[in-house]
Design a protein around this ligand. Structure first.
Ligand SMILES: Cc1cc2nc3c(=O)[nH]c(=O)nc-3n(C[C@H](O)[C@H](O)[C@H](O)COP(=O)(O)O)c2cc1C
Length: 160
């Protein structure tokens, strides 16, 4: 099974997590700033990651990366999402970016796998929640970095 992990990162946390996830999935890691339509299409499982910035926005490189994604053929493709955020400082837009990625890939006909429980997080509002669950893996390296290894291990087993 070919797995591509495509991530965007400003201060390096999402990049580091992308590497950890890729190691568990035996995946190729691609910075979204360099990603082509082939990178989105040419795999059996596509894993996409972004931190949230501004007030609920994608990481900056994803702003153009999302256009590449929208040009790619993702119909029927399995996609898993992960997002980094800070629930303490941004409780009203916590990991909103995974909600943006979710809407974009669903629009393209992809099947999103790897929803997770919101238990264990403290926030008010998140666009990353649908039907009471996060649409992917959620990590808070600002406040809960000690929980991340376990969360990554559980989630990668879940999606495999
Ligand atoms: C200016 C600024 C705005 C942010 N806005 C949000 C936000 O709206 N929601 C959220 O969950 N996290 C927000 N964060 C937290 C980052 O998403 C978090 O620190 C993340 O781990 C950074 O990932 P990176 O190192 O890959 O860039 C913000 C951080 C900064 C510095």
């Amino acid at each position: 099974m070919t797995v591509h992990v495509i991530y965007g990162s400003d201060s390096g946390r999402t990049k580091a997590i992308a590497g950890k996830i890729a190691a568990k999935l035996d995946a190729k890691v691609i910075n979204v700033a360099d990603a082509t339509a082939d990178d989105f299409e040419g795999c059996d499982l596509l894993v996409l990651g972004s931190p949230t910035y501004g007030e609920g926005d994608l990481q900056a490189d994803w702003e153009s990366g999302i256009d590449v994604l929208k040009d790619a053929d993702l119909s029927g493709k399995k996609v898993a999402l992960f997002g980094l955020g800070d629930q303490t400082t941004y409780p009203d837009s916590f990991v909103d970016a995974i909600g943006v990625l979710y809407d974009a890939v669903v629009e393209k006909g992809a099947e999103v796998v790897g929803f997770t429980d919101t238990k264990g997080y403290e926030f008010e509002i998140s666009a990353g929640v649908r039907d009471g669950q996060f649409v992917g893996l959620v990590l808070d390296q600002d406040n809960q970095s000690g929980k991340s290894e376990k969360r990554i291990a559980a989630w990668t087993s879940q999606i495999l």
